[in-house]
Design a binder for this molecule. Structure first.
Ligand code: NAP
Ligand code: MN
Length: 275
């Protein structure tokens, strides 16, 4: 007789947004996963199941970003189908079946790494799944943008967003940026309301930067800036420069038969049915 070793049991963490529908799905999952002999624990999980929307998956990513390399995520959406969510709320049984059959297959997407360098030499690093946006709090932001060591332009305007491929359909898209297929390893710079006239000039369009190129943004005034990393915002007041590059780690998702094509997701989210 072959006995399942204790260590073979998959450790699963459940994270749910605070609304009745998500909490009901979470409860149902909890009891069905227990019944199926999975270990439910928030500590050092093999798989993290996020229940809610894409916003909830962003929170799950940040909660487990220190163990990115050995964790896989899976999202259940309790509204429409999302970009980071492969299952709908009525597909709990299907997810459990797929978890039982799972042999560790994953789908991985690039994430963004930033280094905020302060004037006093301190440095703060962060990772983003969607994007990092810098804005000056009081007045027009003036900043020099360097791409792969080329002093590219002096930007004036509200701010600058640098997004990942999967983040291209989020804030980046609202800023007029392009939608990037997530297998393209690149970052995208998008302007937030740039000032363009006879005196001030920026490229105007968004820019897609390859993996090897570092982006550096140097704010020109010693002032307060907000730096939004996905769904969290931080305020700093002595930034020297911010460096952006693709991170050496990726986010891993549980590869499942329900992982619908990227173009179907884009169509489902922004276009709907075509006659
Ligand atoms: P939120 O303001 O509650 O939601 C922003 C919306 O963006 C939600 O509908 C969310 O979907 C959707 N979304 C998140 N990631 C996405 C992605 N990769 N592709 C397409 N849509 C996506 O904030 P939140 O839920 O905490 O999410 C934070 C994100 O909001 C930021 O990373 C930024 O991208 C985005 N945002 C957008 C704007 C804008 O478009 N003007 C402004 C600020 C922030 P769900 O409903 O499924 O959660
Ligand atoms: Mn949301």
């Amino acid at each position: 007789m072959i006995q399942m070793k204790i260590t073979d049991r998959k450790k699963i963490a459940l994270l749910s947004s605070r609304n009745p529908k998500s909490e009901a799905v979470s409860k149902e999952l909890w009891s069905k996963l227990k019944e199926a002999n999975f270990i439910l624990t928030p500590k050092n999980p093999d798989v993290v199941i996020s229940i809610g929307g894409d916003g909830m998956l962003l929170s799950a990513f940040h909660k487990y970003e220190s163990i990115l390399d050995h964790v896989r995520f899976v999202g259940i959406h309790t509204g429409h189908l999302g970009f980071y969510t492969d299952y709908r709320d009525f597909e709990v049984d299907k997810l459990i079946e797929n978890l039982k059959l799972d042999k560790g297959a994953k789908v991985s997407y690039p994430i963004l790494n930033i280094k905020v360098k302060m004037m006093d030499g301190r440095q703060v690093t962060a990772r983003a799944l969607n994007e990092v946006t810098i804005k000056r709090l009081s007045r027009t932001m003036v900043a020099d943008i360097h791409i792969n060591h080329v002093p590219f332009e002096r930007f004036r305007g509200d701010g600058i967003s640098v997004s990942t491929p999967t983040g291209s359909t989020a804030y980046n898209k609202s800023l007029g940026g392009a939608v990037l297929h997530p297998t393209i390893e690149a970052l995208q710079i998008a302007e937030v309301a740039s000032l363009n006239n006879r005196v001030y000039r920026t490229l105007g369009s968004s820019i897609v930067v390859p993996k090897k190129d570092k982006i550096v943004i140097e704010p020109k005034h010693d002032d307060r800036y907000s730096i939004s990393v996905d769904n969290r915002t931080f305020v700093y007041d002595n930034i020297d420069r911010i460096e952006y590059q693709l991170d050496s780690s990726k986010i891993n998702f549980l590869a499942s038969p329900s992982h619908t094509s990227f173009w179907n997701r884009v169509k489902d989210a922004f276009i709907g049915e075509v006659e």
